[in-house]
Design a protein around this ligand. Sequence first.
Ligand SMILES: [Zn+2]
Length: 165
Amino acid sequence: MEPQKIFSSVGKCPVCDSENLEISTYVYEVPYFGKILIEVWRCGACGYRKSDVGTLEHGGEVRIVFPVREQKDLNALVIKSSTASIEIPELGVEVSPGPAAQGYITTVEGLLERILENTPTECFDENNECNEFVKKIKKAMNNEINFTVILTDPYGKSAIKPLNH
Ligand SMILES: [Zn+2]
């Protein structure tokens, strides 16, 4: 199913202050999960873009604790809204959402890939102290170590869903 546009409006761009910000909201059916909302911000004047995702839940803060033990846990679906923070204590990962944070749909493995992408390049050098961090993340991606993904979302719009199919 293609995402269905359900709402769109025009507002003020947070970057250039012009009234050219188009906000479009889509609803999208994720297989084995259900409906999620996708919001896309696009400024026609300066090119600013932001996207966000979220479940249709309306609730308070949720804290999702998802243990990763087997290969299939790495394939669990992660809906991370822009307001959610990520913590993986065993790997020393702590990501708090800044004002530029995006929301996205990925898998646990995809989440680790994103963390690697945001790791400073010098850490990929074996002589650097922070190379230990990169090694740990890679081990985690290969299911060689157990770890726990903790997603905290103040608006309750994030989710982690194991694949049972
Ligand atoms: Zn703009």
